[in-house]
Design a protein around this ligand. Structure first.
Ligand code: 13P
Ligand code: SF4
Length: 312
């Protein structure tokens, strides 16, 4: 493995490449990345990098977002099969029809969507900025929110809005077991429950803190003396344990499984070997249709502008 790390470092310098990694990646990928972050941070870093090549260690929509923001750069993803069940739950043609059936609505899409869905969107959000971006619109604004029904319901509940929701979900976050979290809470009565807003409402009800991966990490770093039950993809525990080595982090278990934690099979397709190969071969490369990219860049830029104004 050491030789792979050295070879990746060398290729990165030779090719002026930057490695961006999401918190759900394998620990060894997070450790070698130039930047590790949530979906918003990955888009922000992509938008400002001076590198010629961006290696997006995450899933396809993250690579697409980087490509749309940086059309002149080469954007690589170690495994092109790294998709997202949430993005898949919202096919662009069906979403476009839904938008056309509800005229007069502002369309807000979660970043976990294809570029083609973003092309029919007014503003993109991530779980870090969704609440603030929704609240930046007048109370009476008619809004379509897609594709995550759990995040949409959560934002409706905290903002008092009544956004029209697309019925999509993430298969990883939908799987957390309420019963097993309740059992863990009994066994660890002082533990703080951290949950990602893609979790079902019944799980969010048990949570003390609801937020994006970056927000959950930030909370734990600010309160390292506590113990945590973590209801999101278990890759985040790597950075949590690195930043808070004395703290106990317990992954929330999925239902119907003997596994103690919940992994995203798409995120985990990327490996250190594939990262090396993709940097060496400059493939597989993300390609976005030029017409779609021209439309999709606007709502992404809008999100970045609002986030910068909000200091996010
Ligand atoms: P974050 O933006 O909170 O990191 O979420 C990304 C994601 O895919 C959650 O499943
Ligand atoms: Fe998509 Fe869910 Fe995996 Fe995140 S955890 S990339 S939302 S499938």
């Amino acid at each position: 493995m050491n030789h792979l790390i050295t070879a990746i470092e060398q290729l990165k310098k030779e090719k002026n490449a930057v490695i961006l990694a999401h918190y759900y990646q394998e620990g060894e990928i997070q450790d070698i990345a130039d930047y590790v972050g949530d979906s918003l941070a990955l888009a922000q870093w992509a938008a400002k990098t001076q590198a010629d090549i961006i290696v997006m260690c995450g899933v396809h929509f993250m690579g697409e977002t980087a490509k749309v923001l940086c059309p002149d750069k080469k954007v690589l993803v170690p495994d092109m099969a790294a998709g997202c069940s949430l993005a898949d739950s919202c096919p662009a043609d069906a979403f476009s029809r839904f938008v056309a059936e509800h005229p007069g609505h502002t369309v807000i899409s979660y970043v976990n969507t294809t570029a083609a869905v973003k092309a029919v969107t007014d503003v993109v959000v991530t779980s870090t900025n969704a609440r603030q971006i929704v609240e930046s619109f007048p109370k009476e604004e008619k809004i379509i929110f897609g594709p995550d029904r759990n995040l949409g319901n959560y934002i409706n509940s905290v903002t008092g809005r009544n956004m029209l929701l697309w019925d999509g979900a993430c298969h990883v976050h939908e799987q957390f077991s309420v019963e097993k979290i309740v059992e863990l809470k009994k066994a660890h009565p002082g533990a703080v429950v951290l949950a990602h807003p893609e979790c079902k409402n019944t799980v969010l009800k048990l949570a003390d803190v609801v937020g994006s991966t970056a927000a959950l990490l930030k909370y734990a770093v600010a309160h390292p003396e506590k113990e945590y039950i973590v209801a999101t993809e278990s890759g985040i525990l790597h950075e949590m344990r690195k930043k808070c080595p004395q703290t106990t982090f317990i992954p929330a278990p999925p239902a119907d499984s003997t596994c103690a934690c919940n992994e995203c099979n798409f995120m985990r397709l990327n490996t250190l070997e594939k990262l090396y190969e993709c940097l060496k071969n400059e493939s597989p490369e993300i390609v976005v249709d030029a017409e779609i990219a021209k439309k999709a860049v606007k709502p992404i830029q809008r999100m970045l502008e609002i986030s910068a104004r909000l200091g996010l």
